[in-house]
Design a protein around this ligand. Structure first.
Ligand SMILES: *[C@@H]1O[C@H](CO)[C@@H](O)[C@H](O)[C@H]1NC(C)=O
Ligand SMILES: *[C@@H]1O[C@H](CO)[C@@H](O)[C@H](O)[C@H]1NC(C)=O
Ligand SMILES: *[C@@H]1O[C@H](CO)[C@@H](O)[C@H](O)[C@H]1NC(C)=O
Ligand SMILES: *[C@@H]1O[C@H](CO)[C@@H](O)[C@H](O)[C@H]1NC(C)=O
Ligand SMILES: *[C@@H]1O[C@H](CO)[C@@H](O)[C@H](O)[C@H]1NC(C)=O
Ligand SMILES: *[C@@H]1O[C@H](CO)[C@@H](O)[C@H](O)[C@H]1NC(C)=O
Ligand SMILES: *[C@@H]1O[C@H](CO)[C@@H](O)[C@H](O)[C@H]1NC(C)=O
Ligand SMILES: *[C@@H]1O[C@H](CO)[C@@H](O)[C@H](O)[C@H]1NC(C)=O
Ligand SMILES: *[C@@H]1O[C@H](CO)[C@@H](O)[C@H](O)[C@H]1NC(C)=O
Ligand SMILES: *[C@@H]1O[C@H](CO)[C@@H](O)[C@H](O)[C@H]1NC(C)=O
Length: 594
């Protein structure tokens, strides 16, 4: 959902709403025991899609991202970890204004600067060229088509589909028809009683005409993409409504709705709410029925657009470390009820984006200022999730029971024979600090630092792992919940200006204690991923081959730089070179003796 010119609340209204909605600040006990039940209850298990975290970018922004290599590097590193192509939905408000003409002569550079009409967007070959030339690895696309314009039997949808098929056809997974089509009635593009039934004949014409473009390949579609959340049903715009209206068949393997937990257009969102695990559980719980409806016809359900706050996000919320922690919790909570994928909406200048590819002038209330290219905390949330997904076979997720009324959250990951492979614990306690509070890539925000020292909790997790097994723990960490910079995943950092890897990930080594207990500390606002170190060394990593082995001990903690050859290999080589030396010395002795 993109910002449209809806007036923001006045300062007085803002103050009033803050006074009316004072969130309770939750804390986490200094000592927490988390039992992982073994074997897991089969009813709670859900397959984890490698693309569980995916991306959605508007037509204009995707071309604008291509002027610097930042997005490409970001996607590359995520893709290596998840062992799959990145799934990218090209969609948003502009989808319903777009047409395509092979005769359009707008230059590639102009598409890349985004400087062309906003009302009638005619894409041309140079638009697709900009995108196709840019990515070095395969991207799998979902392309949203124009449902709003009915001229000439949906010429907008059909021409854009022809452009996509011609230029990116090999990488196209699905088309989608209409972005947030439930709004077409209230926006005046359709009758005010517009519903899913009325939309069906229009949808069918587009499906048929697009399929006609590609006689040799069955074209598949995502159905839905509605803006209203499941807990505020508008007309019949949900999965049950679509099924009743007959949106079904082999050509519709996925259904989707959009969901933002807070609104940036109509309400005053707050950062603190992102750290309320109970709010996340509640938001997602409304989708259990949607998943069941999709699965009842052999299809799957996903969230086609999501992020912290709708309408491009809000500085001080969407661009903070809290947003990164929220995203991890939100995506894993979704996966744990069977929402297969969550597409995070991003733009080149939006506060809710992981990457700002180039310098830009602020939007809306921040339009007077200029900001730099940069990387926001959300990018590190994405990196952390890619480490969760990284595995050489299929993973299955379950939420660990007991965390839904607390300010921590935990998830277990199993293999197909129900052996525990990994777990994640998020300490969502709030901590606001002056450290890392600004970032030149996003507007500054007001905040009150938390009084007193930062909370810290010891987590004692019971696992079925054998005593003495060597584990890796990596952390999504930052100086405070409100931090806009200084965030990393166990020292893994990208360069702010290029998106290249600046410093590599460092695994901290833990060992399983007597009885299978795994014990570690987390600061307020910090998350951990724990797994056997052997899993880490088996999987691909963006820098796997570049560094040399190093196992250092700092204050009793064993650290191993990711990408290093495994410690045994290195130790083995040292031992080998010693024995070679010994042989050489002995040989020399023998030689002189004879
Ligand atoms: C493109 O130009 C050719 C040649 O002028 C014309 O025949 C064709 O109809 C044009 N196509 C579109 C979609 O405008
Ligand atoms: C946008 O494009 C027009 C037409 O090419 C040009 O005159 C104008 O200077 C451009 N504006 C910016 C901000 O680049
Ligand atoms: C869009 O605008 C261009 C030039 O302004 C015009 O030639 C074209 O016909 C318009 N396309 C549509 C689909 O309205
Ligand atoms: C598309 O729809 C918009 C809004 O109704 C309208 O202004 C525009 O003229 C339409 N364009 C075409 C090519 O039908
Ligand atoms: C969704 O979560 C937000 C906090 O992110 C909360 O304010 C809102 O009340 C929740 N909505 C529902 C319907 O549970
Ligand atoms: C931001 O950039 C614009 C365009 O380059 C410039 O006109 C404006 O003065 C800059 N604003 C500030 C506050 O530097
Ligand atoms: C929270 O967890 C308890 C069990 O620990 C469960 O009974 C309850 O339904 C859960 N609540 C939600 C909203 O998921
Ligand atoms: C972890 O919990 C178990 C079970 O309560 C307990 O026996 C063990 O001492 C705990 N370990 C630590 C380090 O607190
Ligand atoms: C990573 O973050 C932690 C916690 O904020 C900080 O101590 C550490 O210096 C950071 N490391 C890098 C490489 O940025
Ligand atoms: C790793 O080394 C290869 C070969 O020297 C190089 O092409 C690649 O860019 C390096 N990767 C990183 C992340 O430094």
């Amino acid at each position: 959902m993109k910002f449209s010119s809806i007036p923001r609340l006045s300062r007085a209204q803002l103050l009033l709403s803050i006074l009316l909605f004072t969130p309770t600040t939750l804390s986490v006990d200094p000592y927490v025991e988390i039992p992982i039940e073994v074997p897991p209850d089969n009813a709670d298990l859900r397959t984890l899609d490698r693309n569980v975290l995916s991306w959605s970018i508007q037509n204009r922004d995707i071309a604008m991202y291509t002027v610097t290599p930042m997005l490409k590097h970001f996607f590359h590193d995520l893709s290596v970890n998840i062992g799959a192509s990145i799934s990218l939905r090209v969609g948003g408000g502009e989808s319903d204004k777009a047409h395509y003409s092979p005769n359009n002569t707008i230059s590639m550079e102009r598409f890349q600067t985004g400087n062309y009409s906003r009302m009638n967007i005619t894409l041309g070959p140079n638009y697709f060229k900009a995108i196709d030339n840019y990515f070095e690895q395969e991207i799998r696309y979902i392309w949203c088509l124009n449902l709003r314009n009915r001229t000439n039997r949906y010429e907008g949808a059909v021409t854009v589909a022809s452009g996509v098929l011609e230029h990116l056809g090999d990488q196209l997974d699905y088309f989608e028809i209409g972005n947030e089509a439930d709004f077409l009635g209230s926006q005046g593009f359709r009758p005010s009683d517009w519903n899913v039934q009325m939309m069906k004949p229009e949808w069918d014409i587009i499906v048929e005409r697009v399929q006609d473009l590609s006689p040799n390949k069955q074209i598949k579609f995502w159905a839905g993409g509605f803006a209203n959340p499941a807990y505020r049903l508008h007309q019949d715009f949900n999965v049950q409504g679509m099924l009743a209206a007959g949106y079904q068949g082999n050509h519709i393997p996925w259904y989707n709705l959009h969901l933002y937990p807070q609104s940036g257009c109509f309400a005053d969102p707050i950062m603190e709410a992102l750290l309320h695990h109970d709010a996340t559980v509640k938001n997602i719980s409304y989708y259990v029925d949607q998943v069941a409806a999709a699965e009842s016809v052999g299809a799957q359900f996903l969230m086609g657009e999501s992020n912290t706050v709708s309408c491009s996000g809000i500085p001080g919320i969407s661009d903070t470390f809290a947003a990164a922690l929220w995203m991890v919790d939100w995506v894993l909570q979704s996966a744990s009820i069977g929402i297969r994928r969550v597409y995070i909406q991003s733009g080149t200048q939006a506060p809710y984006s992981p990457i700002h590819p180039h310098d830009y002038q602020g939007i809306r209330d921040w339009a007077d200022n200029n900001y730099t290219a940069g990387i926001l905390p959300l990018a590190y949330g994405a990196y952390f999730l890619s480490e969760v997904v990284s595995y050489d076979d299929s993973l299955i997720i379950s939420a660990i029971e007991g965390g839904n009324d607390t300010d921590y959250s935990s998830y277990a990951f199993w293999d197909e024979s129900n052996s525990l492979r990994k777990f994640v614990v998020l300490n969502l306690e709030l901590y606001k600090s002056n450290e890392g509070a600004t970032n030149p890539s996003t507007p500054d925000s007001q905040f009150e630092p938390t009084e007193g020292p930062r909370g810290r909790s010891t987590f004692n997790v019971s696992t079925p792992w054998p005593v003495g097994e060597e584990l890796s723990i990596i952390k999504l960490q930052g100086p405070g919940s409100n931090a806009k910079s200084g965030v990393n995943v166990s020292h893994f950092v990208w360069k702010e200006d290029s998106g290249e890897i600046d410093s590599n990930l460092v695994d901290e080594i833990l060992t399983v204690q007597e009885g299978g207990f795994v014990v570690f500390d987390l600061w307020a606002s910090e998350a951990a991923l724990v797994q056997p170190y052997s899993i880490v060394t088996e999987n691909e990593h963006p820098t796997k081959l570049n560094t040399t082995a190093a196992s250092t001990t700092v204050e009793g903690v064993v650290l191993r730089t990711r990408g290093a050859e495994d410690a045994e290999g290195a130790a083995g080589r040292v031992a080998l070179s010693w024995s070679m030396m010994w042989l050489t010395v002995m040989g020399a002795v023998f030689w002189t003796m004879t």
